[in-house]
Write a protein that binds this ligand. Structure first.
Ligand code: E4P
Length: 215
């Protein structure tokens, strides 16, 4: 499973990219707003750091505007893909953008039916939101399994990005469901590394080594 980071913060992207595990980046308007810089500036900076897909979301709510914004954003770098919010207008825009060779990430996916329609329209990626489903008392990880099963049943090539990840268990569940990608917040990436038994084991190895050296 590929690992993307879900942030627009350049320092955090650089830090995680240095780990050697980063395959791409997703941003959204809320993440961009936190950084105090505009979308174009941020995705341009990201494209100089990460060699992989970078999602940039449009703000238009009509197909014509989405296509116009998408075409402009896609000129920034070949790795930019266009994030569209799931709706009728974005299905139309997906058809047009994908026919021009521009990859679309259909976001705010909350049902398998929405994912199926996005794939039919030509989306390269669908982003089911796990955490936001959990928030309303619905098991978000179940949606990942449903979409993965449906796409496998029909050989659909659209990649599934497990999004709205809130904890390391969501990441394991995405991998078990067969998702192609998980887009993970910085704090969750950090949590994924730690295990108390690993920390304990390292401390014991160092203590034993120092004892044997008479330190
Ligand atoms: C997906 O690409 C979104 O940016 C993101 O995962 C949303 O997560 P949230 O529900 O934590 O805001």
């Amino acid at each position: 499973m590929k690992i993307f980071i879900d942030t627009a913060n350049i320092d955090r992207i650089k830090e995680i990219n240095d780990w050697g595990i980063l395959d791409g980046v997703t941003t959204n308007p809320s993440l961009i707003a936190k950084e105090g810089k505009d979308l174009r500036t941020i995705v341009t900076e990201i494209s100089k750091i990460v060699d992989g897909p970078i999602s940039a979301e449009v703000m238009s709510m009509d197909a014509e505007g989405m296509v116009k914004e998408g075409l402009e954003l896609s000129k920034i770098h070949p790795n930019i893909n266009i994030k569209l919010p799931m709706c009728i207008e974005s299905l139309k825009a997906t058809k047009i953008l994908s026919s021009k060779g521009i990859k679309v990430n259909m976001t705010l996916i909350f049902s398998a039916q929405q994912a199926l329609l996005a794939a039919k329209a030509g989306a390269s990626f669908v982003s089911p939101f796990v955490g936001r489903l959990d928030d309303i008392g619905i098991d978000g990880t179940q949606l990942l399994t449903e979409i993965s099963t449906i796409f496998n049943n029909y050989g659909i090539q659209t990649e599934i990005i497990a999004a709205s990840i809130r904890n390391p268990i969501h990441v394991s569940m995405a991998a078990l469901a067969g998702c192609d990608i998980a887009t993970i917040p910085y704090d969750v990436l950090k949590q994924m590394i730690s295990h108390p038994k690993t920390t304990e084991g390292i401390e014991k190895f160092i203590a034993d080594y120092n004892k044997s050296k008479g330190n």
